[in-house]
Design a protein around this ligand. Structure first.
Ligand code: HEM
Ligand code: SF4
Ligand code: SF4
Length: 460
C-alpha cells in the first residue's frame, strides 16, 4: 500500500484546529463550523438591517442614523452596532473559511461551484459593506465618495471624470441615497441569498446552522461589543473641507489605503489579477481526479440507500431498463462524484465500487496482512480500518508491514473515507482470523467528504 505524508498546508490547519479542540472541545470547535457561522452572521445582519431600514430616511440619512444611535440607544443603537460588528465578523469568518478550504485543498474538481460562488459572496459582502458605510453620509462616507471617485477615474469608460459628477453636493440627492439603499438591500438579501443557495447546492443535506452554543456565544459577544463600543456616525459632512482622520473600518475599507500606498498600475494589477487568480484557483495546477464510483446494474436492487447517503447528491435513481423486477437502478453523476466510497459502504448488494480501491482489493489485503502477522508474530492480529485522511500515515504507520509503528500485531488498511466502511468488511476481517477490529475516521466536522464519520458511526 502507498502510505502518504500529510502536506504542510494540512499540517498547519490540523495544528491550529488541534489547539482549538483542546480549548473548545471538538464538539464546539468553531473551525469546524466556519461556513455555518458565516450563515448565522448573515441572518443577524439581515434582521438588524431590517430594523434600521424602517427608520432610515433617504432625505436625511445622517440625522436618521444619528437619531437611531442616540435616541434609541437601548434598541436601535444596539441593532446598528450588531449590524456593523456582525458585518465585520462576517469578513473575518469568510477569510478563515476561505483559507481553511484552500489549505485543505477542498476547492478543486466538483467543489468548484462552492469555491467560485464563495468568492462571489466575499466580493459581494465587501461591496455591500462599502455601500452601507456610504449610506450614513458622514465624513467617512465622504472620504469613501472621494476615494471611490478617484478610483473610478482610472477606468476609461467614464466620459465625464467621475470625481466631478460624483462629488458635487447637488448630486448627493435623495435619489442617489434611494438607489444606494436599494442596491444595499437587494444585493445583500436577494443576491447573497441566491449565491448562498448556489454555494451549498452540490451538497446533500447542507448544514447551515451552527450548534446552538456557538450561535449564542457569537450573539452574546456581539451584544457585549455593541454595549462597550457602540457603532456611531463620524462627523457630519462639510463640503468645504476634505475629511481627514475619519474613523476607519479595515474590514471593508482596506482597499482605499491600498490604493493610496501602491502605484496606480500596481494597485489595479493586484486587485484585478488577485481576483482572477482567486476565481480560477480550482483549475490552476489541478491534480488528476480520482476515478469516480461505478455501479454494477446487475447487482443493484434499486433500494436507494446510496442515493440517500451520498454527500454530494452524485447518485440519481433512473428507471430500470433491463427487465429485472425493480423499478429503479442507481446511476452515478460522475461530474459531482467525490470518489469517497460512501455509496460502497451504503450498499448491501455490493453494487457500487471505486475503480482504484475495490472492496475485493481491500478484503484481499486484510487476508494477506492477517496471514503475515500470524506468521511473523505467532498470533492473530488486530485490524484497523482507517480513513486515509484521518492520520498522518507516514508518522503512524510502519510502511514495511502496514502496521502501527511499535505495534506489529496491529495491521492497518486504509480507505478513502470512513463512509466506505461497513459491517461486511468487519465480518471479513473476523472471519479471516482477526482478534479484533477498530475503525478510525475524522472528527465530526473535519471529514473531507462531509459525512463519512457520521455514516460509519450510524452503520456500525
Ligand atoms: C456568506 C458566505 C458563505 C457562507 C454562508 C458559506 C457557507 C458554507 C457552508 C454552510 C458550507 C458547508 C456546507 C456543508 O458541508 O454542509 C460551505 C462549504 C464550502 N464553502 Fe462556504 N460559505 C461562504 C463563503 C465561502 C467563501 C468565501 C469560500 C471560498 C472562496 C467558500 C468555500 C467553500 C467551499 C469550497 C465549500 C465546500 C466544502 C465541501 O464541499 O466539502 N465559502 N460554505
Ligand atoms: S445501495 Fe446498492 S442496491 Fe441500493 S440503489 Fe444503491 S447501488 Fe442499488
Ligand atoms: S463515491 Fe461518494 S460522491 Fe461518488 S457517488 Fe459514491 S457516495 Fe457519492
Amino acid at each position: 500500500m502507498n502510505f502518504k505524508n500529510l502536506s504542510i498546508k494540512r499540517r498547519i490547519v490540523y495544528t491550529v484546529e488541534g489547539f482549538a479542540d483542546r480549548l473548545f472541545t471538538p464538539k464546539y470547535n468553531p473551525f469546524y463550523y466556519l461556513g455555518t457561522i458565516c450563515a448565522f452572521l448573515l441572518v443577524l445582519i439581515a434582521i438588524s438591517g431590517l430594523y434600521l431600514f424602517f427608520f432610515y430616511r433617504t432625505s436625511s440619512p445622517y440625522e436618521t442614523m444619528q437619531s437611531i444611535t442616540v435616541n434609541q440607544w437601548y434598541l436601535g443603537g444596539i441593532m446598528r452596532s450588531i449590524h456593523r460588528y456582525a458585518s465585520d465578523g462576517l469578513i473575518v469568518f469568510l477569510i478563515l473559511h476561505l483559507l481553511r478550504e484552500f489549505l485543505l485543498g477542498r476547492y478543486r474538481h466538483w467543489r468548484w461551484v462552492s469555491w467560485v460562488s464563495g468568492n462571489a459572496l466575499l466580493l459581494t459582502s465587501i461591496l455591500v459593506g462599502i455601500i452601507g458605510y456610504f449610506l450614513v453620509w458622514d465624513e467617512r462616507a465622504q472620504m469613501i465618495a472621494i476615494k471611490t471617485a478617484h478610483l473610478l477615474d482610472d477606468i476609461p469608460v467614464f466620459i465625464e471624470p467621475p470625481p466631478r459628477t460624483f462629488l458635487s453636493i447637488a448630486t448627493m440627492s435623495k435619489m442617489l441615497f434611494f438607489v444606494l439603499l436599494l442596491a444595499h438591500v437587494m444585493i445583500s438579501m436577494l443576491g447573497m441569498g441566491i449565491l448562498t443557495g448556489i454555494h451549498v447546492s452540490r451538497n446533500a443535506r447542507p448544514s447551515v446552522k451552527p450548534p446552538k452554543a456557538i450561535a449564542v456565544t457569537v450573539l452574546v459577544i456581539l451584544i457585549l461589543i455593541s454595549l462597550i463600543t457602540p457603532a456611531t456616525n463620524a462627523l457630519p459632512v462639510s463640503m468645504t473641507k476634505v475629511p481627514v482622520d475619519v474613523p476607519f473600518d479595515w474590514f471593508y475599507l482596506f482597499i482605499y489605503p491600498l490604493a493610496s500606498i501602491l502605484p496606480k498600475g500596481m494597485f489595479w494589477a493586484v486587485a484585478v489579477g488577485g481576483t482572477i487568480i482567486l476565481f480560477i484557483a480550482p483549475w490552476i495546477g489541478r491534480p488528476k481526479r480520482q476515478p469516480t464510483a461505478q455501479i454494477s446494474p446487475e447487482k443493484c436492487v434499486g433500494c436507494e440507500q446510496c442515493h440517500k447517503d451520498c454527500p454530494y447528491e452524485a447518485i440519481k435513481m433512473v428507471p430500470r431498463k433491463d427487465g429485472r423486477p425493480y423499478l429503479f437502478q442507481a446511476e452515478v453523476i460522475s461530474g459531482s462524484c467525490a470518489s469517497c466510497g460512501t455509496c460502497v459502504g451504503a450498499c448491501g448488494s455490493n453494487a457500487p465500487s471505486l475503480p482504484n480501491r475495490t472492496m475485493e482489493q481491500i478484503e484481499e489485503e486484510i487476508t494477506k496482512l492477517l496471514y503475515l502477522s500470524r506468521k511473523e508474530n505467532g498470533r492473530a492480529s488486530i485490524v484497523g480500518l482507517v480513513c486515509e485522511k484521518s492520520v498522518n500515515q507516514r508518522e503512524f504507520i510502519d510502511i514495511k508491514n502496514s502496521s502501527i509503528k511499535g505495534m506489529p500485531n496491529v495491521s492497518v488498511v486504509t480507505f478513502p473515507c470512513a463512509g466506505m466502511i461497513n459491517h461486511s468488511v468487519i465480518e471479513h476481517a473476523i472471519e479471516s482470523g482477526a482478534d479484533g477490529v477498530f475503525v478510525a475516521g475524522c472528527q465530526t466536522g473535519e471529514c473531507s467528504f462531509r459525512e463519512g464519520s457520521k455514516w460509519a458511526q450510524a452503520r456500525l
